[in-house]
Structures are given as structure tokens and as C-alpha cells.
Write a protein that binds this ligand. Sequence first.
Ligand SMILES: [Zn+2]
Length: 230
Amino acid sequence: MPDTTLTWLGHATFRFDTPGGKRVYIDPFLNGNPKCPESEIEPERVDVIAITHAHGDHLGDTVALAKKHGCTVVAAVELADWLQGKQGLENVLDPNKGGTVSAGGLKFTLTNAFHSSSNNDGEYMGEPCGIVVEVENGTKLYFAGDTCVFGDMQLIGRIYSPDVAILPIGGHYTMDPREAAVALELLGVKRCVPCHYGTFPPLVGTPAELQQLAPDVQVEKIEPGDTVTV
Ligand SMILES: [Zn+2]
């Protein structure tokens, strides 16, 4: 089986292609994302979208993409209800933290995250989440979503043993490199793809700072549009 290829589209937006040929988007903030490569703004294919919370820089183009591509959307229950009831999406899976759902032959588990979650109208959209995705060959990717570090990341490491952690490092709205270094220690992962930095002026954390604080972890210093193999 081939590996999973994970492509950063700037901010907290990723797409990945799985060994079984599925194309998944996490937090597809494409239009309006100043770091999204031009060639990635109109996806040609989407099989599954999973979203961590309802803030505009994460919900992004979810509704339009789901309508256009007829893909499955995975979101925490209140956000999922809103997507179905108010936005008219059909294929929505609505787990909550600790729950696992299958979409496209992949497993999506929602984890805890400490942040907030309302939509652009200020409506309550349930709690923000992290997402562990297990692909066909057993590789596990942990998308922390927007969060500070928290001690129970140790449980995420213990239960799911992610192969790679995708962590926010910009600071201001989420953890910064100092907290992310502790997160990596708690998770016990050896590889990190940093995100949620450099998009807007307050998000000042850098991968170089994180690498210095977490010398034993491979911190990927990629640019938007770059791909890593997991
Ligand atoms: Zn955010």
C-alpha cells in the first residue's frame, strides 16, 4: 500500500490522500485564506471533509464544497445538526468527543480540545474538537484543532498512538511553540506538522522555535502547498 500524502494549504487547512485513494480535507478554509495556494482554491475532488469547530477559518468552504462534491462531512453533533438543518447538507456524520465514525473506509475519532466554537452569526456550535484519523493501512494522524496544551493529550497518545501530530503553534488564539513542545512530549509523537501560524499578524510562532524546544521531534518546516509523506 502507498503512504498517506499530507498537503498543507496554509493556516489549519490540510488535504490528504490515503493509501486507498481517498481524498480528505480537514478544516477547508480555501476562499479568504491568504496562504492557500491559488491552484488549491477549487478542489477537483473531495471524498470526506472533517471539521474541528465552526469558526470561519476552519468551517471555511465546507458547505459549498459538500454541496458541489456530495462528499461526507464529519463534525461534532451541534455543528453537524446546523449543517444538516440550516445549511441543507445531506451526508453528515455527527459524533461527539470519544466517538469514532467511519467515512470512506477511514476512521474519524473526535478528541478533546480547549477553545471555543460559534459560527459567524455568534450561534453556539457545540464544543471544539481535535480529530484522529486512521487510514486504511493503520497510519494515524492527529489534528489537534485550535487548542491550548492540556494534560490529557497524554491519553490521546496512549490510546491512539498517532504517527504524526498536526499542531497549531501561532499563539494568540491557540498554543504557541512553548506549549506545543510540551504537547509533543505528552503525545509521545516523533513527528509534527505545525500549522495555524504566519497567516495573520498575531500568529507569530514559528517551526524553528518549536524545533529548538523539541529537539527529539522531527518538526516539518513546510510551506503552504508542500506535501509530507506519512
Ligand atoms: Zn483558528
